[in-house]
Design a protein around this ligand. Structure first.
Ligand SMILES: [Zn+2]
Length: 224
């Protein structure tokens, strides 16, 4: 069995995104402090230029520090720390401790509708030899059904695509959709979060609450 560490950061860990008009040195320091706190090499951190796509990239020790145009990264290399940034979207961390494979996924509304998390799992099975029953998934806090209001057109789309149980008056649950898609695929071990980034906003950044907010992150790495 491999040792895999995974964490979700909080506001107290600072903003971890370079693209939100924060001072670049602040972000660098926050990322360095994260490496010290969780004991990984800060040079081994890999994050993404996230674009609300369903693009998935495989990461090696010589991969770019910021991987361009993707919303999911996978590796089976030890000591590389994968980081995904969010503020209302779900950071999904996926691992297979038996095969030693990890993934970090950005699943907002677009990623959810693209079914990006299932695509990542399928890639882990096809290209890395993972077994469905060994795969464990964890969702970060995100905007929840209490606060995620969408327009009528979107409600109809979600009702027709995923079913009535995803809809709560004018709101939808991204956590429930992602969970349902992964369960339908055959994943047995899914840990969702009930914490809402918008209304339980003390610990987490929320884009719907503040358009100028920072990003918190999900991180995951494989120890030697
Ligand atoms: Zn809420």
């Amino acid at each position: 069995m491999y040792t895999i560490k995974s964490y979700f950061t909080k506001k107290a860990d600072g903003n971890l995104a370079f693209h939100v008009n924060d001072n670049i040195n602040n972000v660098k320091n926050n990322r360095k402090n994260l490496a010290l706190k969780y004991k990984f090499e800060s040079n081994n951190l890999r994050s993404m230029n996230q674009t609300h796509s369903s693009n998935i990239k495989v990461i090696y020790h010589n991969s770019d520090l910021i991987v361009d145009d993707c919303d999911a990264i996978i590796t089976n290399k030890t000591d590389i720390c994968l980081l995904v940034m969010v503020a209302d979207c779900i950071a999904i961390l996926i691992k297979d401790e038996k095969k030693g494979v990890i993934a970090a996924v950005h699943s907002g509304r677009a990623g959810t509708f693209f079914n990006i998390s299932s695509k990542v799992v399928n890639k882990m099975i096809k290209e890395f030899g993972c077994d469905m029953k060994d795969i464990k998934v964890e969702f970060s806090p995100s905007i929840q059904k209490c606060c995620y209001e969408v327009n009528n057109e979107m409600i109809e789309f979600v009702r027709n695509t995923y079913g009535e149980e995803i809809i709560f008056n004018n709101n939808i649950s991204l956590q429930d959709i992602n969970k349902k898609l992964l369960e339908d695929l055959g994943i047995l071990n899914i840990k969702i979060s009930n914490v809402c980034t918008k209304c339980s906003n003390k610990d987490y950044f929320s884009y719907r609450k503040d358009k100028n907010c920072g990003r918190f992150a999900g991180i995951i790495f494989l120890k030697e």
